[in-house]
Design a binder for this molecule. Structure first.
Ligand code: PLP
Ligand code: COI
Length: 367
């Protein structure tokens, strides 16, 4: 264990009645718990000053590097309240490892994974009463790191801060588990070869906001990005990975298809967990290049039978259709009926997370 003692400054907690009102209908990302975690890094001292602090504004110099050159990375994971009242996080060390992969790409300092997990644990423990217990409710945890040096020269900052904040969450997409429409963005890309697409950095999300707005104007809940070179090979959604379900000759699901980790997409933890669960069931999983053309032809000839998006925030969300410019429309057609395999994988994954199914891969960490 990395030796770093967390100091504690107790917050004035939100009165219980107000907290309960929020927990009854938290939405997504609207409310924040009473505390936050902060750890400081400097080139000279490394990581130091680990603290649990009252949630609140962080003082920042207007010349702080994050404000000018976008040197920022983040993570997203959830804490779940199980039926016996205990609280678990799902694969937090995977998020810690991915934060470090992002840190390397963004020239930020790496944080020891045990310190990452301990920071998350400190926050979940002190704000445990904020972990909701309603159906599909969780405490969404947002660890992030910012460059925080007051210097306008363009180089990697010599001062950074790691913070963790937490927000009680209901479903990311409102309206229950209902198939969503997604919009294919061809002209506006999220990532290019050699860029930051594989990192979880704020800039990737900034560049996805305009295409997401265009998607919304077409009635779509999310935007799908393709490889910017081929404009046909599928990468991922603005904030989720994508899977297609392929049926065999008998019409039953035989394989999950998902874009390979190609350097442009996020190595999703939900994605890799679902690959494992599918393989456990004896399904084939093909991580490879998938094109929009293959999707369209597969739906037309009946070999592609389901599609879904997955990620921490979205869990597993069935996709009803893919729309795009020039009249592109690939439609599974059944407005309110999510695919069977999609729903069964969703049920299995959330069952593990909420402790009603066996955690056979040891994915849960008790907080
Ligand atoms: N892809 C992007 C761009 C994301 O923002 C996310 C969400 O974190 C994912 C994929 C899914 O990753 P994970 O399953 O680790 O949450
Ligand atoms: C997540 O699923 O944790 C994400 O980061 C997606 C989105 C909320 C940014």
């Amino acid at each position: 264990m990395t030796e770093l003692h967390f100091t504690l400054t107790e917050a004035d907690r939100l009165p219980e009645a107000e907290r309960e009102t929020i927990l009854a209908n938290p939405g997504f990302g609207n409310h924040f718990t009473d505390h936050m975690v902060s750890i400081t890094w400097t080139q000279e001292e490394g990581w130091h000053d680990a603290a649990v602090l009252p949630y609140g504004p962080i003082p920042m110099d207007p010349a702080s590097s994050v404000l000018h050159y976008g040197q920022e990375i983040f993570e997203g994971l959830k804490a779940y309240r199980r039926e016996d009242g205990s609280i678990v996080a799902f694969r937090p060390e995977e998020n810690g490892r991915r934060l470090n992969a992002s840190a390397r790409r963004l020239a930020l300092p790496e944080l020891p994974v045990d310190l990452f997990v301990e920071g998350v644990r400190q926050l979940v423990t002190i704000d445990a009463e904020w972990v909701p217990s309603g159906e599909d409710q969780t405490l969404y945890l947002r660890p992030f790191m910012i460059a925080d040096e007051s210097f306008l020269g363009v180089r990697a900052a010599q001062r950074a801060r790691f913070l963790v904040i937490a927000s009680p969450a209901g479903a990311y997409f409102t309206g229950g588990v209902k198939p969503v429409s997604i919009w294919l963005s061809r002209d506006l890309a999220r990532a290019g070869r050699g860029g930051t697409g594989a990192a979880k950095c704020g800039g990737n999300y900034a560049s996805s906001l305009l295409p997401t707005r265009i998607a919304a104007e077409h009635g779509c809940a999310q935007v799908l990005f393709c490889d910017s070179a081929t404009e046909d090979t599928i990468d991922e959604l603005g904030g989720m990975n994508l899977f297609l379900v392929q049926a065999g000759a008998d019409g039953a699901p035989r394989a999950l298809l998902t874009p390979r980790i190609n350097g442009n997409i996020l190595d999703g933890i939900t994605r890799k967990s679902l690959i494992r669960l599918a393989e456990d069931r004896g399904l084939a999983v093909e991580e490879r290049d998938i094109t929009v053309t293959e999707w369209r032809e597969g739906v037309a000839d009946g070999s592609i039978v389901e599609a879904f998006a997955c990620g921490t925030a979205a869990v597993i969300t069935p996709i009803r259709r893919l729309l795009g410019e020039d009249g592109l429309s690939i439609d599974f057609g059944e407005e309110n009926s999510p695919g069977e395999l999609t729903m069964s994988l969703r049920e299995e994954l959330t069952g593990i997370q909420y402790g009603v199914r066996e955690d056979r891969h040891g994915w849960l960490s008790v907080m």
